[in-house]
Design a binder for this molecule. Sequence first.
Ligand code: SAM
Length: 273
Amino acid sequence: MDWFIEYYNGSGLMIKVKGKIFEKRSLQHIQIFETVDFGKMLVLDGKIQLTERDEAFYHEMLVHPAMLMHENPSKVLVIGGGDGGAVREVLKHDPDEVLMVEIDKDVIEACRKFVGIDRGALEDKRVSVINEDGVEFVRNADEHFDVIVVDGTDPNPVSQSLVSREFYSHCGRISDYFVTQSQSPFIQREYFEAILRNAQFENRRIYIGFVPTYPLGLWSYLMGSNKRKIELNVERIRDRFEERRIETVYYTPEVHVASFSLPKWLEDVVRRF
Ligand code: SAM
């Protein structure tokens, strides 16, 4: 038995592993482990991206709030998300088309072969995949998306462009609703504040969720729109949730609405940007 340890800013997380089942250095350092209690675990550049045990907590809260804000999310863009979890959740809303723009094809291949949380979503006929930098794609995009979901890594040389002001302004130009994961507001404050500083939308809200294997468990998401209001009408959200017959393990319409209520220390941070 071995331990995988992830450190961040003076704290860390240890996950007991049985062994490493895949490793490749391509655009990123890709590692996949079989763990003792968390199932398969994907690690990119030394950072835990997902474990089978709690990935649904993250992918459901990343995808369903924005998708349920929209009355008919038929054309969806997912940027990043090479493991297929975000696309899997988007397909639960029965869109006409989903485009995934993922910079690293090796992540897609490795996850499809050794992790499998996509459950065939990337083979769905409504899904197409482009291997390109997300910022390049949105810079040149002249099409509109009902919802854009950004499932990127911690800011690193590959994903740095996904937290730039340019990236967010293009996303606001070509979408009704935009959502991105925005790191841990508690232990990754510099990343969180950089995202707040750059992600300027007409309407913008932060919401939070629990992801045990992310830095200290408190995770945040940023929803933005230049065209629509961000309304938390639980009856309307529940109606859409039931009409679309969406099955989840973490997300509920009530959790959706509650997740936008932030603790005071976090409200104070958000208010500054
Ligand atoms: N759930 C994880 C998190 O919140 O940290 C993210 C998981 S997912 C594996 C992150 C994906 O973003 C990776 O597959 C990575 O290759 C992709 N990615 C990173 N930078 C990118 C970029 N500039 N354009 C497109 N995809 C990118």
